[in-house]
Ligand binder design. Sequence first.
Ligand code: ATP
Length: 360
Amino acid sequence: MPDITIQNLTKVYEESGDEIVAVDDVTLTIADGEFVTLVGPSGCGKTTTLRCVAGLNTPTSGTIHFGERDVTGIPVQERNIALLFQDIALYPHMSVQENMAYGLKIAGFSRKERIARVEEAAGLLQITDQLEKMPSELSGGQQQRVALGRSLVRDPEVFLFDEPMSDLDAKLKAELRPVIEKVTDEIGCPTLYVTHDQEEAMTMSDRVAVINDGELEQVAPPKEIYDEPESKFVSQFIGQPSTQFFDGRVRAVNGRGTLVVGDYEYEVSDGLKGWSGDDVRVGLRPQYITVSDDAEAGIPATHLLDEPLGDATHSFFETEFGEVIVVTDPDFEGNGGEYGLVFQSDYIRLFDVDSGVRIA
Ligand code: ATP
Protein backbone atom coordinates (compact mmCIF):
# COMPACT_ATOMS: atom_id res chain seq x y z
CA MET A 1 0.00 0.00 0.00
CA PRO A 2 1.24 3.55 -0.69
CA ASP A 3 2.21 6.27 1.77
CA ILE A 4 0.07 9.43 1.87
CA THR A 5 2.21 12.53 1.32
CA ILE A 6 0.65 15.92 1.92
CA GLN A 7 3.03 18.61 0.68
CA ASN A 8 2.60 22.32 1.49
CA LEU A 9 -1.19 21.99 1.43
CA THR A 10 -3.07 25.29 1.62
CA LYS A 11 -6.82 25.75 1.24
CA VAL A 12 -8.38 29.19 1.13
CA TYR A 13 -12.17 29.61 1.04
CA GLU A 14 -13.84 32.76 -0.19
CA GLU A 15 -16.93 33.84 1.69
CA SER A 16 -18.76 37.14 1.05
CA GLY A 17 -15.56 38.66 -0.36
CA ASP A 18 -13.46 37.51 2.65
CA GLU A 19 -10.68 34.96 2.43
CA ILE A 20 -10.61 32.21 5.05
CA VAL A 21 -7.32 30.33 5.26
CA ALA A 22 -8.64 26.96 6.46
CA VAL A 23 -5.38 25.02 5.94
CA ASP A 24 -2.06 26.83 5.94
CA ASP A 25 0.99 25.15 4.38
CA VAL A 26 0.52 21.71 5.95
CA THR A 27 3.16 19.07 5.19
CA LEU A 28 2.62 15.57 6.58
CA THR A 29 3.50 12.03 5.49
CA ILE A 30 1.52 9.03 6.69
CA ALA A 31 3.55 5.89 6.15
CA ASP A 32 2.14 2.65 4.86
CA GLY A 33 0.41 0.93 7.79
CA GLU A 34 0.66 4.01 9.99
CA PHE A 35 -2.29 5.47 11.95
CA VAL A 36 -2.03 9.27 12.20
CA THR A 37 -4.64 11.34 13.99
CA LEU A 38 -5.23 14.95 13.07
CA VAL A 39 -6.52 16.61 16.23
CA GLY A 40 -7.43 20.17 17.11
CA PRO A 41 -10.29 22.43 18.17
CA SER A 42 -13.37 23.17 16.10
CA GLY A 43 -12.65 25.18 12.94
CA CYS A 44 -8.88 24.54 12.90
CA GLY A 45 -8.90 22.93 9.43
CA LYS A 46 -9.03 19.18 10.17
CA THR A 47 -11.96 18.31 7.93
CA THR A 48 -10.71 20.52 5.10
CA THR A 49 -7.33 18.73 5.18
CA LEU A 50 -9.04 15.33 5.10
CA ARG A 51 -11.39 16.39 2.31
CA CYS A 52 -8.40 17.49 0.21
CA VAL A 53 -6.76 14.09 0.79
CA ALA A 54 -10.04 12.41 -0.17
CA GLY A 55 -10.49 14.47 -3.34
CA LEU A 56 -13.69 16.13 -2.10
CA ASN A 57 -12.00 19.56 -1.97
CA THR A 58 -9.47 21.02 -4.38
CA PRO A 59 -6.38 22.47 -2.69
CA THR A 60 -5.60 26.14 -3.36
CA SER A 61 -1.94 25.10 -3.50
CA GLY A 62 0.18 22.11 -2.56
CA THR A 63 0.03 18.46 -3.56
CA ILE A 64 -1.27 15.10 -2.33
CA HIS A 65 0.50 11.89 -3.34
CA PHE A 66 -0.50 8.27 -2.73
CA GLY A 67 2.88 6.61 -3.10
CA GLU A 68 4.40 7.92 -6.33
CA ARG A 69 0.99 8.87 -7.76
CA ASP A 70 0.05 12.55 -7.70
CA VAL A 71 -3.66 12.47 -6.85
CA THR A 72 -4.07 16.23 -6.28
CA GLY A 73 -6.44 16.75 -9.21
CA ILE A 74 -7.99 13.28 -9.23
CA PRO A 75 -11.67 12.95 -8.17
CA VAL A 76 -12.69 10.97 -5.12
CA GLN A 77 -14.14 8.01 -7.05
CA GLU A 78 -10.75 7.38 -8.69
CA ARG A 79 -8.74 7.37 -5.45
CA ASN A 80 -9.56 3.94 -3.97
CA ILE A 81 -10.08 5.21 -0.44
CA ALA A 82 -12.21 4.09 2.48
CA LEU A 83 -14.02 7.14 3.85
CA LEU A 84 -15.92 7.13 7.11
CA PHE A 85 -17.85 10.12 8.45
CA GLN A 86 -19.84 10.94 11.55
CA ASP A 87 -22.96 10.71 9.37
CA ILE A 88 -23.35 6.98 8.76
CA ALA A 89 -25.99 7.05 5.99
CA LEU A 90 -26.73 3.36 5.40
CA TYR A 91 -29.47 2.44 2.94
CA PRO A 92 -32.44 1.95 5.33
CA HIS A 93 -34.33 -0.48 3.08
CA MET A 94 -31.36 -2.84 2.63
CA SER A 95 -30.06 -5.46 5.08
CA VAL A 96 -26.54 -5.21 6.49
CA GLN A 97 -25.38 -7.80 3.95
CA GLU A 98 -26.92 -5.81 1.06
CA ASN A 99 -25.53 -2.52 2.34
CA MET A 100 -22.03 -3.96 2.48
CA ALA A 101 -22.28 -5.67 -0.92
CA TYR A 102 -23.97 -2.82 -2.81
CA GLY A 103 -20.80 -1.04 -3.97
CA LEU A 104 -19.35 -4.33 -5.20
CA LYS A 105 -22.54 -5.08 -7.12
CA ILE A 106 -22.40 -1.69 -8.87
CA ALA A 107 -18.72 -2.33 -9.66
CA GLY A 108 -19.67 -5.63 -11.36
CA PHE A 109 -18.32 -8.18 -8.86
CA SER A 110 -19.85 -11.66 -9.09
CA ARG A 111 -22.32 -12.82 -6.43
CA LYS A 112 -19.80 -15.38 -5.15
CA GLU A 113 -17.07 -12.75 -4.80
CA ARG A 114 -19.50 -10.33 -3.08
CA ILE A 115 -20.52 -12.92 -0.51
CA ALA A 116 -16.92 -13.91 0.16
CA ARG A 117 -15.75 -10.32 0.65
CA VAL A 118 -18.71 -9.36 2.84
CA GLU A 119 -18.21 -12.43 5.03
CA GLU A 120 -14.53 -11.71 5.45
CA ALA A 121 -15.16 -8.05 6.39
CA ALA A 122 -18.04 -8.99 8.71
CA GLY A 123 -15.77 -11.44 10.53
CA LEU A 124 -13.14 -8.78 11.04
CA LEU A 125 -15.76 -6.32 12.31
CA GLN A 126 -17.50 -8.94 14.51
CA ILE A 127 -20.89 -8.42 12.85
CA THR A 128 -21.32 -11.81 11.16
CA ASP A 129 -24.45 -12.46 13.23
CA GLN A 130 -25.94 -9.11 12.16
CA LEU A 131 -25.82 -9.61 8.38
CA GLU A 132 -29.54 -10.32 7.95
CA LYS A 133 -30.66 -7.37 10.11
CA MET A 134 -31.89 -3.99 8.87
CA PRO A 135 -29.95 -0.82 9.86
CA SER A 136 -32.82 0.33 12.12
CA GLU A 137 -32.30 -2.77 14.27
CA LEU A 138 -28.65 -1.86 15.01
CA SER A 139 -27.03 0.43 17.60
CA GLY A 140 -25.07 3.47 16.39
CA GLY A 141 -21.81 1.59 16.98
CA GLN A 142 -22.97 -1.42 14.96
CA GLN A 143 -24.16 0.86 12.15
CA GLN A 144 -20.75 2.48 12.04
CA ARG A 145 -19.16 -1.00 11.77
CA VAL A 146 -21.40 -1.71 8.76
CA ALA A 147 -20.34 1.58 7.19
CA LEU A 148 -16.71 0.60 7.76
CA GLY A 149 -17.43 -2.83 6.28
CA ARG A 150 -18.91 -1.20 3.19
CA SER A 151 -15.56 0.49 2.58
CA LEU A 152 -13.47 -2.51 3.55
CA VAL A 153 -14.93 -4.83 0.93
CA ARG A 154 -13.56 -2.50 -1.77
CA ASP A 155 -9.94 -3.22 -0.76
CA PRO A 156 -8.99 0.42 -0.13
CA GLU A 157 -5.45 1.75 -0.42
CA VAL A 158 -6.02 4.45 2.17
CA PHE A 159 -8.31 4.89 5.21
CA LEU A 160 -9.78 8.32 5.97
CA PHE A 161 -11.95 8.89 9.03
CA ASP A 162 -13.70 12.15 9.92
CA GLU A 163 -14.97 12.06 13.53
CA PRO A 164 -16.66 8.67 12.99
CA MET A 165 -17.47 8.25 16.69
CA SER A 166 -18.65 11.71 17.65
CA ASP A 167 -22.33 10.69 17.72
CA LEU A 168 -21.70 7.62 19.88
CA ASP A 169 -21.91 7.46 23.66
CA ALA A 170 -18.82 6.69 25.75
CA LYS A 171 -19.52 2.95 25.99
CA LEU A 172 -20.03 2.48 22.24
CA LYS A 173 -16.93 4.58 21.55
CA ALA A 174 -14.89 2.36 23.86
CA GLU A 175 -16.20 -0.72 21.99
CA LEU A 176 -15.60 0.68 18.50
CA ARG A 177 -12.12 2.11 19.13
CA PRO A 178 -10.32 -1.27 19.26
CA VAL A 179 -12.33 -2.49 16.24
CA ILE A 180 -11.10 0.44 14.13
CA GLU A 181 -7.56 -0.11 15.38
CA LYS A 182 -7.70 -3.84 14.60
CA VAL A 183 -9.19 -3.37 11.14
CA THR A 184 -6.73 -0.66 10.07
CA ASP A 185 -3.89 -2.74 11.49
CA GLU A 186 -4.90 -5.90 9.64
CA ILE A 187 -5.56 -4.17 6.32
CA GLY A 188 -2.31 -2.27 6.78
CA CYS A 189 -3.06 0.90 4.77
CA PRO A 190 -2.06 4.38 5.87
CA THR A 191 -4.83 5.91 8.01
CA LEU A 192 -5.68 9.57 8.55
CA TYR A 193 -8.17 9.95 11.40
CA VAL A 194 -9.70 13.35 12.19
CA THR A 195 -11.04 14.12 15.65
CA HIS A 196 -11.37 16.96 18.16
CA ASP A 197 -11.21 14.37 20.96
CA GLN A 198 -7.69 14.27 22.36
CA GLU A 199 -8.42 11.00 24.18
CA GLU A 200 -9.19 9.27 20.88
CA ALA A 201 -6.03 10.75 19.40
CA MET A 202 -3.87 9.58 22.30
CA THR A 203 -5.26 6.05 22.51
CA MET A 204 -5.49 5.08 18.82
CA SER A 205 -2.57 6.70 17.03
CA ASP A 206 0.97 5.82 16.05
CA ARG A 207 1.50 9.57 15.70
CA VAL A 208 -0.65 12.55 16.63
CA ALA A 209 -0.69 15.67 14.44
CA VAL A 210 -1.92 18.68 16.40
CA ILE A 211 -3.37 21.43 14.21
CA ASN A 212 -4.24 24.95 15.29
CA ASP A 213 -5.70 27.67 13.10
CA GLY A 214 -4.81 25.80 9.91
CA GLU A 215 -1.17 25.17 10.86
CA LEU A 216 0.45 22.00 12.19
CA GLU A 217 1.86 22.66 15.66
CA GLN A 218 3.49 19.27 16.29
CA VAL A 219 3.53 15.74 14.89
CA ALA A 220 4.84 13.03 17.22
CA PRO A 221 3.92 9.76 18.97
CA PRO A 222 1.28 10.22 21.70
CA LYS A 223 3.66 9.97 24.65
CA GLU A 224 6.07 12.48 23.15
CA ILE A 225 3.22 14.91 22.44
CA TYR A 226 2.13 14.57 26.08
CA ASP A 227 5.55 14.73 27.76
CA GLU A 228 7.43 17.04 25.42
CA PRO A 229 4.95 19.49 23.87
CA GLU A 230 6.64 21.93 21.50
CA SER A 231 4.15 24.71 22.20
CA LYS A 232 1.84 26.02 24.87
CA PHE A 233 -1.10 25.20 22.61
CA VAL A 234 -0.15 21.51 22.37
CA SER A 235 0.50 21.32 26.11
CA GLN A 236 -2.90 22.82 26.83
CA PHE A 237 -4.88 20.88 24.22
CA ILE A 238 -3.53 17.40 24.98
CA GLY A 239 -4.22 15.95 28.45
CA GLN A 240 -7.17 16.11 30.80
CA PRO A 241 -7.28 18.04 33.13
CA SER A 242 -5.23 20.46 31.09
CA THR A 243 -1.72 21.76 31.82
CA GLN A 244 -1.79 24.54 34.46
CA PHE A 245 0.03 27.77 33.64
CA PHE A 246 1.84 30.30 35.83
CA ASP A 247 3.79 33.50 35.17
CA GLY A 248 7.53 33.14 35.74
CA ARG A 249 10.74 35.04 35.22
CA VAL A 250 14.23 33.86 34.34
CA ARG A 251 17.08 35.16 36.50
CA ALA A 252 20.78 34.60 36.01
CA VAL A 253 22.55 33.13 39.06
CA ASN A 254 26.27 32.31 38.74
CA GLY A 255 25.97 32.18 34.96
CA ARG A 256 23.01 29.77 35.07
CA GLY A 257 19.38 30.50 34.35
CA THR A 258 17.06 30.10 37.33
CA LEU A 259 13.29 30.16 37.12
CA VAL A 260 11.42 32.37 39.57
CA VAL A 261 7.69 31.83 40.14
CA GLY A 262 6.17 34.01 42.85
CA ASP A 263 8.59 33.72 45.80
CA TYR A 264 10.02 30.39 44.59
CA GLU A 265 13.12 29.54 42.59
CA TYR A 266 13.67 26.45 40.51
CA GLU A 267 16.73 25.07 38.77
CA VAL A 268 15.26 24.05 35.45
CA SER A 269 17.92 23.47 32.80
CA ASP A 270 20.96 25.01 31.18
CA GLY A 271 18.70 25.82 28.23
CA LEU A 272 17.60 28.93 30.14
CA LYS A 273 20.94 30.75 29.96
CA GLY A 274 20.02 33.03 27.07
CA TRP A 275 16.65 33.91 28.58
CA SER A 276 17.87 35.90 31.55
CA GLY A 277 15.57 38.76 32.51
CA ASP A 278 12.67 37.48 30.44
CA ASP A 279 9.13 36.68 31.47
CA VAL A 280 8.13 33.13 30.62
CA ARG A 281 4.98 31.04 30.82
CA VAL A 282 5.41 28.08 33.17
CA GLY A 283 3.39 24.93 32.46
CA LEU A 284 2.87 21.92 34.72
CA ARG A 285 0.57 18.99 34.28
CA PRO A 286 -1.76 18.87 37.28
CA GLN A 287 -0.42 15.56 38.56
CA TYR A 288 3.05 17.11 38.92
CA ILE A 289 1.94 19.73 41.45
CA THR A 290 2.08 18.64 45.10
CA VAL A 291 -0.23 20.10 47.74
CA SER A 292 1.55 20.96 50.99
CA ASP A 293 -0.24 21.68 54.28
CA ASP A 294 2.45 24.31 54.82
CA ALA A 295 1.16 27.42 52.98
CA GLU A 296 4.72 28.78 52.86
CA ALA A 297 6.19 25.68 51.19
CA GLY A 298 4.98 26.68 47.72
CA ILE A 299 2.66 29.00 45.76
CA PRO A 300 0.03 30.23 48.28
CA ALA A 301 -3.32 28.67 47.40
CA THR A 302 -6.79 28.75 48.90
CA HIS A 303 -8.63 25.44 48.62
CA LEU A 304 -11.93 25.76 46.72
CA LEU A 305 -13.35 22.27 46.18
CA ASP A 306 -12.57 18.62 45.44
CA GLU A 307 -14.00 16.34 42.76
CA PRO A 308 -13.35 12.72 43.85
CA LEU A 309 -13.10 10.33 40.87
CA GLY A 310 -12.32 7.13 42.75
CA ASP A 311 -8.77 6.58 41.52
CA ALA A 312 -7.77 10.25 42.01
CA THR A 313 -9.25 13.57 43.07
CA HIS A 314 -9.31 16.83 41.12
CA SER A 315 -8.73 19.60 43.65
CA PHE A 316 -9.33 23.25 42.79
CA PHE A 317 -7.38 26.15 44.33
CA GLU A 318 -7.39 29.93 43.98
CA THR A 319 -3.91 31.46 43.57
CA GLU A 320 -2.36 34.76 42.51
CA PHE A 321 -2.12 33.17 39.02
CA GLY A 322 -5.83 32.34 38.90
CA GLU A 323 -7.61 29.05 39.50
CA VAL A 324 -5.36 25.96 39.54
CA ILE A 325 -6.42 22.31 39.29
CA VAL A 326 -4.25 19.70 40.98
CA VAL A 327 -4.63 15.92 40.67
CA THR A 328 -4.46 14.77 44.29
CA ASP A 329 -4.70 11.37 46.03
CA PRO A 330 -8.08 9.58 45.99
CA ASP A 331 -8.51 10.28 49.72
CA PHE A 332 -7.49 13.96 49.62
CA GLU A 333 -10.10 16.25 51.17
CA GLY A 334 -9.22 19.93 51.36
CA ASN A 335 -10.46 21.99 54.29
CA GLY A 336 -11.16 25.24 52.43
CA GLY A 337 -8.05 26.75 54.03
CA GLU A 338 -4.59 27.79 52.89
CA TYR A 339 -2.11 25.39 51.24
CA GLY A 340 1.19 25.63 49.35
CA LEU A 341 1.45 24.32 45.76
CA VAL A 342 4.87 22.79 45.15
CA PHE A 343 6.13 22.11 41.62
CA GLN A 344 7.91 18.85 40.79
CA SER A 345 10.78 20.57 39.02
CA ASP A 346 11.58 17.72 36.57
CA TYR A 347 8.21 18.28 34.95
CA ILE A 348 8.31 22.07 34.60
CA ARG A 349 7.92 23.16 30.96
CA LEU A 350 8.60 26.75 29.90
CA PHE A 351 7.05 28.62 26.97
CA ASP A 352 7.70 31.95 25.29
CA VAL A 353 5.09 34.45 26.50
CA ASP A 354 4.37 35.87 23.03
CA SER A 355 4.78 32.99 20.58
CA GLY A 356 3.93 30.10 22.95
CA VAL A 357 6.96 28.17 21.61
CA ARG A 358 8.61 25.80 24.10
CA ILE A 359 11.83 27.17 25.63
CA ALA A 360 12.83 24.47 28.12
P1 ATP B 1 -14.90 21.05 13.06
O1 ATP B 1 -14.23 20.18 14.07
O2 ATP B 1 -15.82 22.06 13.67
O3 ATP B 1 -15.51 20.29 11.92
P2 ATP B 1 -12.51 21.56 11.51
O4 ATP B 1 -11.26 21.63 12.31
O5 ATP B 1 -12.79 20.30 10.79
O6 ATP B 1 -13.74 21.98 12.41
P3 ATP B 1 -12.90 22.89 8.97
O7 ATP B 1 -14.29 22.34 8.83
O8 ATP B 1 -11.85 22.32 8.10
O9 ATP B 1 -12.42 22.78 10.50
O10 ATP B 1 -12.97 24.47 8.79
C1 ATP B 1 -11.82 25.29 8.83
C2 ATP B 1 -12.23 26.73 8.55
O11 ATP B 1 -12.72 26.82 7.22
C3 ATP B 1 -13.35 27.24 9.45
O12 ATP B 1 -13.13 28.58 9.69
C4 ATP B 1 -14.59 27.03 8.60
O13 ATP B 1 -15.59 27.96 8.95
C5 ATP B 1 -14.05 27.31 7.21
N1 ATP B 1 -14.78 26.54 6.16
C6 ATP B 1 -14.93 25.21 6.08
N2 ATP B 1 -15.62 24.86 4.97
C7 ATP B 1 -15.93 26.03 4.34
C8 ATP B 1 -16.63 26.35 3.14
N3 ATP B 1 -17.14 25.40 2.35
N4 ATP B 1 -16.76 27.65 2.80
C9 ATP B 1 -16.22 28.63 3.58
N5 ATP B 1 -15.54 28.39 4.72
C10 ATP B 1 -15.39 27.12 5.10
